[in-house]
Design a protein. Structure first.
Length: 286
């Protein structure tokens, strides 16, 4: 009997350790941020908060795959790891199929993983090219949803902090910044306003990091920062040459479709056991 109790206690302790070992994860996109501008500003020490993130890990080149720049494709990849069919910029959106989003899959894996999203768009929610529509079927499973609308970086950070204050660990959260993309479409990559927009996003990240530190969550929070597409140098032409920055060391140059399987691996979810047809690589070593 005593031996049985010892075994049972070991099992319970192992289960609790497994739960607390799950990290908090922030998955972030600075939409429309080019490699050239990001790397130049990092090298000039103009982005202290992104630099702080990479000081725990690193940053690397990445490629958007497939190279289709509309929100339908890029945000399908963000939310599920699966690319949308190639379509024109103005094709109607349809929701991701049931139980294919990362929010649903994490909940199915462990209902004690709390999830949140603050989704911003440079267009009105009524626009056809609207990433929020992709999550129509998934929204009931997301613990906290800040509905899609135009938000500037400082508003995003305030709403993210508000959401984080309500989420219990371990949590997974997605949010994005649209300031850089907004400027890039109207001016060009590398313009002064473009760089200033990047700095505003970095400042907003600093507010979020400060909250994580004050709430003793920083050390157990992993951050994966990327973009939905890049720009060719000093132009308004979009590029599939993107990047990823993280608190974890990214081991190799990958594609955008590698990110979601990598996030699954942090929570111990084997992508081979999912019903999804992943043809991807894990970007980190667990």
């Amino acid at each position: 009997m005593k031996k049985l109790l010892v075994v049972l206690l070991f099992f319970i302790c192992s289960s609790l350790t497994a739960l607390t070992d799950k990290p908090n994860v922030l998955f972030i996109s600075i939409d429309g941020l080019s490699r050239d501008t990001l790397y130049a500003l990092l090298q000039k020490d103009r982005l202290p908060n992104i630099k702080l993130i990479t000081s725990r890990g690193n940053y690397r080149n990445m490629v958007l795959s497939p190279p289709v720049f509309n929100y339908k494709n890029t945000y399908s990849i963000f939310f599920s790891g699966l690319a949308a069919e190639e379509s024109s910029e103005f094709d109607h959106f349809t929701p991701l199929p049931f139980k294919t989003s990362i929010f649903e899959r994490l909940k199915e894996c462990d209902e004690k993983i709390y999830t949140g999203i603050v989704l911003s768009s440079p267009k009105t929610p009524e626009a056809l090219d609207s990433p929020g529509i992709l999550l129509k079927l998934a929204k009931p499973t997301i613990d906290i949803v800040k509905d899609e609308r135009l938000r500037r970086a400082h508003v995003v950070s305030a709403e993210v902090v508000d959401t984080l204050a309500q989420l219990k660990p371990p949590f997974f959260m997605f949010f994005n910044f649209v300031d850089v993309e907004y400027v890039g479409k109207r001016y060009r990559e590398g313009a002064e306003r473009y760089s200033e927009a990047v700095k505003k996003c970095d400042t907003a990240l600093g507010d979020i990091i400060e909250f994580l530190k004050k709430s003793d969550a920083w050390d157990n929070t992993e951050i994966f920062l990327t973009t939905n597409y890049g720009y060719k140098k000093r132009s308004q032409e979009k590029s599939d040459l993107i990047w990823i920055a993280s608190t974890r060391k990214i081991l190799k140059k990958g594609t955008s479709r590698d990110i979601v399987p990598t996030l699954y691996s942090l929570y111990g979810l084997d992508v081979k056991e999912t019903p999804l047809d992943f043809q991807n690589s894990i970007l980190i070593s667990n």
